[in-house]
Design a protein around this ligand. Structure first.
Ligand code: SF4
Ligand code: SF4
Length: 443
């Protein structure tokens, strides 16, 4: 049964909807005892997960059952924060009605980063993923809510052509909206009534790990969970556009080695060797510590250190990222012992409350829990990148002038490579395939 499910998921081009886009057919081709549904909606403001849990739970559960069948897992645990009361009661009802005996519900505390895969595994199962490891090593597959929704569709041979996006911030009508993959950001913002301010920047993803888009001509991809419209001077935007040289200078001159960044680092608290304050010290070049430098490979880039912990406004995450890039270039990898580490004794007293984090980020005013718009969003054009996932870009199967229908297969995984298939997301004519992007216009 596993092969058939994996094949259908591969055909549908499903990738992890909540992270960097790891191809799902590879992830579920495994044997585990537990599947966790990650509905933590970890990033503040992003509401697609609770929305799907409230409105499309049956479909999501079909996807979960398929993953349980594929992996042979006996437990499928649906995890969501207690604050999403409507979703919680819908899930509890569904679990009570489940006749397979495999479904469970887990209420997460409202802290950041509750949705980090490794933190989630620890919270729900009590197991700790080894350093630089993956949940599979402790018998767990973690799947995002929307990925499971897409897997359910894949079982019905419906490819991934749409995604739920939260549009929020300085926008006329904030919303959770289902859009074709490849939708141009400016078209979606116009559908949401436009920005409320004349000068703005758009963050693709959440305020913690999202990136500032260079312009609004960018497409929504399979991994775009949210678009946040903000003033260019907003903390969230400014914190994401930093000059690496300035970061290095500031690190060297003002890091006071208070260790706050380490004390609140979720990976350090899981017992992993990372201690960001030591990385900051290494960068200042006063103390060279090659072993500490290597621990940059253990950072998950959650940003808790820079956005919440550091009293000096420094960026241990950026410093880690710079060091990691250098280490990867040199081919240096983390060689852990593969054993479950012992958690920090204070771990459970060091959760970062989401509300305090939002206050710190100055985004509480955007925390409005929007719903779907009444009208359906129907764009006239899309631009579908052939690289929207971890692995090799898909090989283009269409050319300019081809007429395509929604769901048509337009990008194939290169032979023997890790990747994901790509499908047309609207009916129309291919107007360009340049630059690894398939543009389709309805006209
Ligand atoms: S971003 Fe900072 S807090 Fe998060 S894992 Fe990396 S060092 Fe730790
Ligand atoms: S919290 Fe900031 S000042 Fe303190 S050690 Fe970390 S980077 Fe340095």
């Amino acid at each position: 049964m596993r092969e058939q499910i994996v094949e259908k998921v591969k055909n549908a081009g499903v990738v992890g909807a909540g992270g960097a886009g790891f191809p799902t057919h590879v992830k579920i081709n495994a044997e585990v005892d537990t599947v966790l549904v990650n509905g933590a909606s970890c990033e503040p403001l992003l509401m697609s997960d609770p929305y799907i849990m409230e409105h499309e739970l049956d479909v999501m559960i079909e996807g979960l059952q398929a993953v349980l069948d594929a992996t042979g897992a006996k437990r499928g645990v649906i995890c969501i924060k207690g604050k999403h009361k409507k979703a919680v009661s819908t899930i509890k009802e569904a679990v009570a009605k489940d006749t397979t005996g495999r479904l469970e519900f887990f209420e997460l505390k409202d802290f950041y980063p509750a949705g980090d895969e490794q933190v989630l595994v620890r919270e729900v199962t009590g197991r700790t993923v080894p350093e630089a490891g993956i949940p599979l090593q402790v018998g767990v597959v973690v799947s995002n809510t929307e990925s499971l929704y897409n897997i359910a569709n894949a079982m019905k041979e419906i490819p991934l052509t749409e995604r739920y996006v939260t549009v929020t911030g300085e926008i006329a009508q904030d919303m959770v909206v289902k859009v074709p993959v490849g939708t141009i950001v400016s078209d979606l913002l116009a559908f949401a009534g436009g920005a409320k301010i004349s000068d703005y920047r758009v963050v693709d993803g959440g305020p913690m790990v999202g990136r500032v888009l260079p312009d609004t001509d960018q497409p929504v991809t399979k991994t775009t969970s949210g678009l946040i419209v903000l003033d260019p001077e907003h903390n969230v935007v400014k914190g994401k556009i930093k000059d690496p040289e300035a970061i290095k200078r500031m690190t060297g001159s003002i890091c006071c080695q208070c260790t706050q960044c380490t004390e609140l680092c979720p990976r350090h608290l899981l017992g992993h060797a990372i201690q960001p304050h030591k990385l900051m010290r290494s960068l200042s070049s006063l103390v060279k510590d090659p072993e500490a430098v290597k621990t940059a490979l253990l950072c998950c880039e959650c940003g808790a250190c820079e956005k919440f912990a550091c009293p000096m406004g420094l960026s241990p995450r950026e410093v880690n990222a710079m060091i990691r890039k250098e280490l990867m270039k040199e081919g240096i990898r983390w060689s852990g012992n593969g054993e479950e580490p012992e958690n920090h004794p204070m771990r459970e007293t060091r959760y970062i409350p989401t509300k305090r984090l939002m206050q710190r980020l100055d985004i509480l005013k955007y925390d409005t829990h929007p719903g779907m718009p009444e009208e359906t969003f129907v764009p006239e054009r899309v631009a579908i990148p052939l690289a929207q996932h971890i692995g090799a870009p898909a090989t283009c199967l269409v050319k300019e002038g081809d007429r395509v229908k929604k769901g048509d297969f337009i990008g194939e995984i290169p032979e023997k490579a890790l990747g994901a298939r790509i499908h047309a997301s609207i009916d129309g004519v291919v107007t360009s395939t340049e630059g690894g992007v398939v543009k389709i216009s309805r006209g």
